[in-house]
Design a protein around this ligand. Structure first.
Ligand code: PEP
Ligand code: MN
Length: 338
C-alpha cells in the first residue's frame, strides 16, 4: 500500500506519521519526487489502523499495491533509480557498457581485454570466476584466483568490475575483490543466494532465469532488496522458447514491460541471448531503442580458443566496430556512455 502525501506537508508531520507506522512493525519506504511524496508500506497491513491513516490530514490518498513485489515496484518509487558502481553510473542518463570475457582465463588475458574494452567506452569489466556450466566436465572458472585478476585489472585500468557468484562462499570472496555481483540466470530463484548478495549492500546485476516470468524476476529482485541492497539492475539475457536458431530468444518486450513496472535499471545481454556474435550489434541497437540502460557484451582476445562462449564473443576489432555503430543510437537515446 502507498500513501500519497499532501503537498506542503511539514517534515515534522511526515516524520511523526512514519514513526507511528513503524511502531506497529511495518517498514516504510519514503520516496520524495519533484512533484509528489509517497510513503510505501511493507509488511503485515492488519497491524495498522487504516481508518486513522485515512483520517490523517497529511494523507492525500491511499493506493493499494496488489503486486507481491513492493520495493522493486514503480508505484513505490516513481522516479527511475540511478546508482554508482565505482565511478560509473547505471540509470536513465547513461548507457553503461559491461564487457569482457565469459570466463577469466589468465591475468594477461584479462588485462589485455580490459584495456581493449575500456578504449571503446566500456566502464565495467565483466569476467566469470565461478562458471555455472551445463556440463560438470567443462571449465568451471579460476574462482578466487580469477577474482584477484579482476581486482588487478581494475586497479590498472580504473574500470569497475562485475563477477557472477554461485554460492555464499563465492559471495564472501567476491565482496573483497569486485564492485558488482552478478546472479546468473540459473540462480535467479536461488533465494538463499539472493539473500546473501542482498546482505552485502553491493550493487547487483540480476539476470533473468531461463524460463522466468517477469513477475518471478521482480520478486527475485525483491528478495535482494528486502535483504539490504537497493542497487539492483535487471538483465534480460534471453529466455527458453521453441526456437533453436539462437541460443535463447531475446525478449525485448521485457524491457518495455519492466520500464512500466519497476524503477530499477535494465541491462540487455545480447551475447547470451543469441549465442551468435553477428547478432550482437543489431540487438544492441534494438535494446537501446527499447529503453535499456546498458548492455552486457562478451569480448575475448581470441574467441576461437575461448574456454567458454567463444561463438558469441566479439574480438577487439568487432567490438570496436559494434561500439562505433552504436554511437548514433546512444546519442538518439539522449544518454552518454557510462
Ligand atoms: C554469464 O554472464 O557468463 C552467464 C553465465 O550468463 P547467464 O547466467 O545469463 O547464462
Ligand atoms: Mn558467457
Amino acid at each position: 500500500m502507498i500513501l500519497v502525501i499532501k503537498p506542503q506537508t511539514t517534515e515534522a508531520a511526515l516524520e511523526h506519521m512514519i514513526q507511528e507506522i513503524e511502531h506497529t512493525g511495518l517498514h516504510t519506504h519514503l520516496s520524495k519526487g519533484e512533484e509528489v511524496t509517497i510513503v510505501g508500506l511493507v509488511g503485515d497491513k492488519t497491524k495498522i489502523d487504516l481508518t486513522a491513516i485515512e483520517a490523517n490530514p497529511i494523507v492525500e490518498k491511499i493506493i493499494p499495491v496488489t503486486e507481491s513485489y513492493k520495493l522493486a515496484n514503480k508505484k513505490f518509487h516513481p522516479e527511475p533509480t540511478t546508482f554508482a558502481v565505482k565511478d560509473t553510473l547505471i540509470g536513465p542518463d547513461t548507457m553503461t557498457i559491461m564487457s569482457g570475457p565469459c570466463a577469466v582465463e589468465s591475468e594477461e588475458q584479462l588485462l589485455c581485454i580490459a584495456r581493449a574494452v575500456k578504449a571503446q567506452g566500456a566502464t565495467i569489466l565483466r569476467g566469470g570466476a565461478y562458471k555455472p556450466r551445463t556440463s560438470p566436465y567443462s571449465f568451471q572458472g579460476l574462482e578466487e584466483e580469477g577474482l584477484r585478476y579482476m581486482k588487478a585489472a581494475s586497479q590498472e585500468t580504473g574500470l569497475a568490475t562485475i563477477c557472477e557468484v554461485t554460492s555464499a562462499h563465492a559471495v564472501e570472496s567476491a565482496y573483497k575483490y569486485v564492485d558488482m555481483l552478478q546472479i546468473g540466470a540459473r540462480n535467479m530463484q536461488n533465494f538463499e543466494l539472493l539473500k546473501e548478495v542482498g546482505k552485502t549492500g553491493m550493487p547487483v546485476l540480476l539476470k533473468r532465469g531461463l524460463s522466468a516470468t517477469i513477475d518471478e524476476w521482480l520478486n527475485a529482485a525483491e528478495y535482494i532488496m528486502s535483504s539490504g541492497s537497493s542497487k539492483v539492475a535487471l538483465c534480460e539475457r534471453g529466455i527458453r522458447t521453441y526456437e533453436t536458431a539462437t541460443r535463447n530468444t531475446l525478449d525485448l518486450s521485457a524491457v518495455c514491460v519492466l520500464k512500466e513496472r519497476t524503477h530499477l535499471p535494465v541491462i540487455v545481454d545480447p551475447s547470451h541471448a543469441t549465442g551468435v556474435r553477428a547478432f550482437v550489434e543489431p540487438l544492441s541497437a534494438a535494446a537501446i531503442a527499447c529503453g535499456a540502460d546498458g548492455l552486457m557484451i562478451e569480448v575475448h582476445n581470441d574467441p576461437a580458443h575461448a574456454l567458454s562462449d567463444g561463438p558469441q564473443s566479439l574480438d577487439f576489432d568487432q567490438f570496436a566496430s559494434v561500439m562505433e555503430h552504436l554511437k548514433p543510437y546512444i546519442a538518439l537515446s539522449g544518454r552518454t556512455l557510462g
